[in-house]
Ligand binder design. Structure first.
Ligand SMILES: [Zn+2]
Length: 123
C-alpha cells in the first residue's frame, strides 16, 4: 500500500485522473453529512490516498466556488472553527450524474476486463 502511495505521489495520474476521484469522494460524503478538510484527508487516507492540506483545502474552495459545496455556520461545539461544508442542490445533481457515469464506466472497465479483451473485432 505504501509503495503504491509513493508511486502515485507527484505523478501525472494525480492531476489527470485522481483529482476527479477525490472530488467524487467529497461530493459523496458531503451528501451524507458535513465534511471538512481534515476529515476528508483522513477519509481519503483510509482509501489509500495521501493528500496534503495544500491540495485538499484549495480543492474544497474550488468546489465551493463551482457551487457544489457551501460552507455551513459552525456549531458552538466546533471550537476549532474549521470550515464545514454541505452539498448544494447543484452538487447533488452533479453527484447523481457522476453516479450514473461511474456505474457505466465500472461496467465497461470491469466486466470486459473479466472476460478478457472486450473489443469489438470484425469477423
Ligand atoms: Zn470515501
Amino acid at each position: 500500500m505504501n509503495n503504491r502511495i509513493l508511486a502515485l505521489k507527484d505523478s501525472q495520474l494525480v492531476r489527470e485522473v485522481l483529482l476527479s476521484f477525490w472530488k467524487i469522494h467529497i461530493l459523496h460524503h458531503a451528501a451524507e453529512g458535513l465534511v471538512y478538510g481534515q476529515w476528508m484527508i483522513g477519509e481519503l487516507r483510509r482509501h489509500g490516498y495521501e493528500i496534503s492540506p495544500g491540495t485538499m483545502y484549495p480543492l474544497l474552495r474550488r468546489m465551493e466556488s463551482q457551487g457544489w459545496l457551501k460552507p455551513v455556520r459552525t456549531s458552538p461545539a466546533n471550537r476549532s472553527r474549521r470550515k464545514e461544508y454541505t452539498l448544494t442542490r447543484l452538487g447533488g445533481q452533479a453527484l447523481e450524474l457522476l453516479r450514473t457515469q461511474l456505474a457505466e464506466l465500472h461496467r465497461e472497465v470491469f466486466e470486459k476486463h473479466k472476460k478478457g479483451r472486450g473489443h469489438h473485432r470484425p469477423g
